[in-house]
Design a protein around this ligand. Structure first.
Ligand SMILES: [Fe+2]
Ligand SMILES: [Fe+2]
Length: 283
């Protein structure tokens, strides 16, 4: 086992592949990251495919840390199209999401359940907190999903449907890398940072080698729900003095101060979902 292998996370959450009565997949987790699978992790992240209309996360709960919860369509040609609908309960209200989106759930705000409806193509769901130890607790109040509305103003303001704005001279051609959605404290004060995009073609090696003073994670995930752990390609990344190559859906945990990048897409036979995240206040 290599020195850096522990930072390349490829295992799904245990017992997370659920089937309907006919043996068809309803949901399956692809990969998760937290202090259970990597003790030094200071962030939690997980990504799951939903393939049928279903209700999930039945218990309303709160966290001590901020959380983001995303729902993204699986069509790289129409990245904003959710190809379904999500009803998401937060702080006494049902929010309706009909495009690829990230919801910012500030610490202490009760949320869940959510319901997937009219799923025409699989929906990619992800969530994360800038706190490696993911813990749920019940809200203090006796609020139920039938609660009568939030006192926090318009909760729709906590949903981002936006892509990162153009960065002249730095953006990759959209025929190579298509932005999906982005959450960033410059748009939503106090939020963590997370960004998703589709790689549709290999890109020149980028970005240049760098470090951060916070822990970051970067992910690459299959676009094929029937083959979700196989990237359908080969990627290599420079990390802490070594080149590491991988072919599975992977989240790479990058501790603060560790040199990383560029990454190189050496082969690809289909689009690859790409994301990166970190604590928003310092990204
Ligand atoms: Fe939560
Ligand atoms: Fe980085």
């Amino acid at each position: 086992m290599g020195r850096l292998d522990k930072y390349f996370l490829t295992e799904p959450m245990p017992n997370s592949h659920e089937l309907d009565a006919n043996g068809k997949t309803t949901r399956q987790n692809i990969v998760w990251m937290n202090d259970k699978v990597l003790p030094e992790a200071t962030q939690h992240f997980m990504i799951t495919w939903y393939e049928q209309s279903v209700m999930f996360c039945p218990g309303s709960h709160v966290h001590n840390a901020d959380e983001y919860i995303g729902f993204v369509g699986s069509d790289p040609e129409n990245p904003q199209d959710l190809n379904g609908k999500v009803l998401f309960w937060m702080d006494g209200e049902w929010l309706t999401i009909e495009k690829s989106a990230i919801i910012y759930v500030p610490a202490g705000v009760p949320h869940c359940p959510y319901i997937m409806l009219d799923v025409k193509k699989p929906i990619i769901h992800f969530s994360g907190t800038p706190d490696g130890h993911y813990e749920q607790s019940m809200p203090d109040s006796s609020e139920s999903p039938a609660g009568a509305g939030s006192s926090r103003g318009n909760l729709n303001d906590l949903i981002s449907y936006r892509c990162r704005p153009p960065m002249p001279g730095k953006d990759t051609d959209p025929s190579i890398l298509t932005k999906i959605v982005w959450l960033d404290p410059s748009e939503m004060p106090g939020s963590p940072y997370i960004e998703l995009a589709w790689f549709k073609k290999p890109r020149e090696p980028k970005p240049p080698t760098h470090t951060h003073d916070f822990d970051e994670f970067v992910g690459f995930v299959s676009s094929d729900p029937n083959d979700p752990h196989n990237l359908g390609g080969k990627i290599k990344v420079y990390l802490d003095g070594e080149w590491v190559e991988f072919t599975k859906s992977t989240v790479i945990y990058i501790p603060a101060g560790m040199e990383h990048c560029p990454f190189v897409i050496e082969e690809m036979t289909r689009p690859i979902l790409h994301f990166s995240g970190g604590p928003g206040s310092r990204y």
